[in-house]
Design a protein around this ligand. Structure first.
Ligand SMILES: CC(C)(COP(=O)(O)OP(=O)(O)OC[C@H]1O[C@@H](n2cnc3c(N)ncnc32)[C@H](O)[C@@H]1OP(=O)(O)O)[C@@H](O)C(=O)NCCC(=O)NCCS
Length: 222
């Protein structure tokens, strides 16, 4: 979200460990330094969040993240995460296939029922160059493919194909973001893994809709 335009004097170095990449906009933060020591959440270079309150509290947006449950939130590189996005991990799961969904065992005063392993749909994996719109919710076990867009207020309950746009509750495909052949060529280029300086010099092409231009840049270097 383009909150401000950085001026030449405020332009930060291409360091993914910079907490606030836009000094004039403290509401924006790169996630990697913010989560460096987090046991359950990991983010790739240059993925950022915007917050209407305090981006340092991002981990509070990851709900039911308990250290005794084996699940994680992994976010790729160059993701844009709007304010108030929630990620739901498995610590809030009750049984949906038993006679009661009430979690009798956790209270310790209802006898000693042993229901077996609690439901765990697995962690959440977000690819690279994913844009997640304001107040979207990502449910446990979901994988979001590279280049996908999650619409404002979507509730994502199943995997999202690369370079598609999904929205609604439950989220369904609204449309493709890019034609399939262009998406495949982008996946093959995997520009998000290039050195930062190379990405900077290709940013004009990345901001265009011209895949030939991006590929020509690659070929001119090889
Ligand atoms: C999903 C989104 C990117 C689509 O934008 P777009 O490509 O310009 O598409 P359109 O506005 O033409 O909408 C296309 C269709 O998607 C539907 N749609 C748009 N936003 C939607 C949403 N949040 N939930 C469900 N459906 C949505 C539209 O109603 C339209 O449906 P139709 O084809 O049946 O008429 C945009 O609506 C969105 O949600 N952006 C996120 C904004 C945001 O949260 N920014 C936070 C700051 S980073």
């Amino acid at each position: 979200m383009p909150a401000t335009t950085s001026t030449p004097e405020s332009r930060p170095a291409l360091d993914p460990m910079t907490l606030h990449p836009m000094p004039a906009a403290p509401s924006m933060a790169y996630l990697k330094p913010l989560l460096a020591d987090h046991p359950k959440i990991e983010a790739g270079d240059y993925s950022y969040i915007h917050s209407f309150t305090d981006p340092a509290r991002f981990a509070e947006q990851v709900k039911y993240a308990f250290d005794f449950i084996d699940d994680r939130l992994v976010i790729g590189k160059f993701c844009s995460i709007a304010a108030d996005v929630s990620f739901v991990l498995n610590g809030g799961n009750h049984f949906a296939d038993r006679l009661s969904s009430y979690p009798f065992p956790i209270f310790g005063c209802w006898g000693e029922p042993d229901p077996g392993a609690w439901p765990n749909k697995g962690g959440i994996m977000i690819g690279h160059d994913v844009w997640i719109g304001w107040d979207a919710t990502i449910m446990p076990g979901v994988m979001i493919g590279n280049g996908a867009i999650i619409a404002t207020k979507a509730v994502v309950t199943s995997d999202v194909e690369p370079y598609t746009i999904v929205g609604g509750n439950p989220a369904r495909i609204i449309k493709r973001r890019l034609p399939e052949d262009v998406a495949a060529r982008l996946q093959a280029l995997a520009w998000w893994d290039w050195p930062a300086e190379r990405i900077a010099s290709a940013s004009g092409a990345l901001m265009s809709a011209d895949i030939d231009l991006l590929e020509a840049l690659v070929e001119s270097r090889d």
